[in-house]
Design a protein around this ligand. Sequence first.
Ligand SMILES: [Zn+2]
Length: 441
Amino acid sequence: MTIFNLCRLAQPVVVTILLFGCGARARPAERNLTILHINDLHARFLPDEQGRGGFAYVASAIRKEKETAGATLTLNGGDLVQGTPVSSIFRGLPCYEVANHLGFDVGVLGNHEFDYGWRRAREFVKAAHYPVIAANVVNDKGELLSGRAYAIHKAGGLRVAVIGALTETLPRLTREDARGPWKAAPVVEAVRRYASKLRTQSDLIVVLGHLGHEEDERILRQAPDVSVVVSGHDHAGQKEVREIDGRLAVKVRSYGVELGRLSLTVDTEKKRIVQYQWRRVPIDTTRRYPADRKVEALVHKWESKVAAVVDRPIGVAARRFDRRETKALLERAMAEVSGADVAYMNPGGVRDGLPQGQLLARHVWNVMPFDNLIVYERVKGKQIPKEAAAGRQLDPEREYVFATNDFIADQWKDSGPRFSQQGALVRDALIEWIKKRGTLE
Ligand SMILES: [Zn+2]
């Protein structure tokens, strides 16, 4: 992959490669830069059951890569918060406290930064010791929520303009009251506007996005001043660089299990990338790197505050349950506690599976970090939306008690059924349900 990409982009510079070897030394107008990037850490302070990720290892992975990378720019692609008890209980802020020690130069707002309300998102921006940017999160007056649309980072003789962008789908991903007066304006339009302004002040323009793949690609196609899109939001990341006319888009897997390393050679006269190489560096506790001590201490400080609440045994899982199976468990628990015939949990709200072995309340918090309540109502079969009815034989005229969570009820408020009954937290329903059973087969 690397050589193929390298040669294709570097056709005018084949001589360089022959003279100096693959990118070993740049021509006078050429500069080297390595972009280290990560996205969707989602408050996963601790390594997972398979020993992957963990903020202390993210910190040491970044530091270790920097040792061999030369000039670097280290980027965080958003959704730093929401996903574990520390984030839910302390409303995200500890994630920013710890992230200040991960070595980021610039970060972008993700949709989940709004989960605790837009005022909290603004506190995150203030708490970060690095610029947290977003060019398209604006109110009706055109003011920016984060106060900064872009940042200019100087490294290796390059002036790199980094423009922040958040997915236009924000209204579907957050509650209206959490967004307040803020909206995600059309991404490409905002990026193009700032890119044309920054062209003369920079040698390379990078978009730091929390965007869907389709939005990444639209920027590459429609904003030719932008050379690189470093993004987040899709938790599966990418296996290969997306390349359009020598412009690149990258993102990595969520939860800190890998770090992206994009090495670039930039022609500063043409303001174009002439060579690149992209690697995804696995982050795991099989100790390619030791944990960063400072970050480990901070993680411990916060985790110990929640341990009493969440590190209590609730049952045993005879096997691992993946996210799809865990969604079904949540639905069974929701139906049981609300006396519903049919329950629906949105797949996007199920943030993890359940591990095999001893189950702690913490595991359910990781599955369901959101403080969403069960809501339910008596409705006719035909009123149950098709995503909820999937796989079930429902009589359109029969009445059923139908349950979901209040986030989905809010999404459906204009088109779907209305819910007048409110029950327990979805998370608590599953915790109690597992306790009752003792063992999940
Ligand atoms: Zn995310």
